[in-house]
Every structure is written in C-alpha cells, then in structure tokens.
Ligand binder design. Sequence first.
Ligand code: PLP
Length: 367
Amino acid sequence: MHTNRRNWLKQLGLGVAAIGVAPLETLAAPVPGLFRDGMPGGPIRLRSNENPYGPSPMAKTAIANVANITNRYNWELPSELITTLAQKYRINNDNILLAAGSTELLDLTARFAALQEGSFLMANPTYDYWTVVAERLGLKKIAVPVMANKQYDLPAMLNAIRSDTRLIYLCNPNNPTGAICNRDALVKFIQEATQKTLVLVDEAYIDFTDQPSLCDLAIENKNLVVVKTFSKIYGLAGARVGYALAHADTIVQLSQLQSWPNGAISVISTAAALASLKDTTFVNDTRTLIEKAKKYTTSQFERLKIPYIPSSSNFLYFSLANYKKDFFAQLKSNNILGTRIYEEQGRWSRITVGTMQEMERFINAID
Ligand SMILES: Cc1ncc(COP(=O)(O)O)c(C=O)c1O
C-alpha cells in the first residue's frame, strides 16, 4: 500500500482497528422512526435472517467517516476491499468479484449460465430468489427434493444432471432448512458435477459454522463459483455488499456481465465492509449471542413439541404439523414478522434467530 493511500485510509478510520466497542447486546437498539424494530408498536423482524446486532461498531464509525467523500465515485475502496479479502482467503485479487449483495452475484451467475439454452438444477427447498431471473432468461428449473432429514440428496442431484444442465445451485448451510452438508461429501459432489456443468455454492451462512469456505477449490476449478455476503454475520444487509470467489477466468466471464465491474457498491458500503472485516470481536460476539438465543428457542420448541432441524445458521426450520393454533395469526397479533410454509407436507416454516428478548417474545406469542 502506498504511504499516501495508507494515510488516507487512516483518516477515514479504515486503516486502524482501535475503536471502542460497546457491549454487543446494547447494539440491538431500535432506530427511531426508521424500521422501528423493538419500538413500541414496531415489528420484530424474524423474517430475513438479518443480524440484529449489526452493523459492527467499527463499521458505523467507518460509515460516518466516509460520508464526506460520497460526492466522488468509488474508485479507490473496491480494490482495497478485494486486496483485504484476497489476504483473508489466501487467494489472488483476480479470484474476486464484488457486487451489490450476493443477490447480484447469483443473478450474474444465472445470466452467465443462461447465455446457453438449457436448464438449471437445485434442491427443494432452497434459497430461490435468483431463480426468477434464470427462468425469465429461458432456463428450465429442475428441483430435487431434500431428504427427510432435510439433507441434500446429492446422489439424486447427480442423477438429475442432464446434457443441457447449465448450472447447479447449492446453498451451504441451506436456507431455509439450516442443514449443513459435510465438506467431504460436497467436495466429492463438486468434483463430479463440475466435469459436466457450472456449480454455484452459496456460503451466505457459512460464517455461523466452523466449516471452511470452498474457495480453495473454486480458484482451481473454472466450473465452480462460491458466493458470499456481508449481509449476515457482518450485519450489513442494508449496505448491499457481496462477493464471488472463483477461477480468474471465470471471474472475467462474470465481470463482463457487469457494466462497471466491482462498481456497484457505494463508498459507504465498501468502507463498512472493510471495517467489518477488522471487527473480529463483533463477529465472535454475534456468533455467541445467536447460539445462545438459538439454544433457548430449540429448548422451547422441545417443550412445545415442535419438531425442528438442527441448524448450522442464524435461523431455525420447524414443523407445524402438530401445532394446533393458527401460527401466522399468532405472529401477526404479536407484531412479529415470520416467513411462510416452505413445505406443505409437514408444514415446515422458518424463523430467524434474533436477540434473546425477541426470541422470548416469539415463544410467548406461539405458546
Ligand atoms: C442463501 C442466501 N443467499 C443469498 C442471500 C442474499 O443476500 P444478499 O443480501 O447478500 O443479497 C440470502 C438472503 O437472505 C440468502 O439467504
């Protein structure tokens, strides 16, 4: 890094780690007049797997510090973020592509796959927002049901690959089930599947686990793209920062579908992401607090005889098959935003793990 650049980053509060950190539990505070989370009359958001403690204190400071330079385009900071990420994963800068949230990268990969006619393959249920784009571009959706324990049926997925399969999507841990696929099984699947088609692994929630990223494989294999986000453990969902890790050639292919490669994220978002990467205390505290609230919620599910899937993430997947009341009416009358039924059979739904206080309100609402 040039000295000037270093000084400049220091001035912005991005080159130093020494910023006072408030206890995390006090950070899940409401934002008056905005989303009104936790405010009297405001909803409790347990719908989108957001981090109730974010953004990190260091990210907030960085955001304030760069406010003055938002009159300029974001020329400098993206390469700073790419270099920092490359160091984190011990890969090269050309293995990384930035975008406005991982959603943009899922869309980009779908658009890349759709350059050829054909189909795409995914599990059911899984995270499927991006599939609207894929289908709109003419790719046919093929979905393979997860098994009874909600694990991926990888042999069935391999069998379902057709000569016109252009893309396979795997989310690990999976949303909405929270189930994690062990690395060995995944690696074996990827080795076989990428001989035939492009595989996209979505690691939005992997930071809630101890499983390492598949980025080491991705940088070697032109048919593998790993997508990650700052929206979850880093608590920056509204800032919109995501990135893809892949072989340098694949990154070029994807970036050619961005009018301004790496340019979709704002100065403010990039600064927030850079600062978040430094705030390991925030990440560790988030993990601890989410685990604690998750444990409380699962113990209450057991008491209420609500079956659930052990979760490797910040949400829980549970069955309402034996639940006697109207679950969604209970949530509504308690001003809690939940999700929907993902699988009719077993009436499986999902709830985000919020703060302990939010989970107590959730349990009181459904008890
Ligand atoms: C599995 C998965 N991938 C991607 C996303 C999108 O995240 P981003 O905010 O980075 O666009 C989500 C959001 O909930 C998600 O659950």
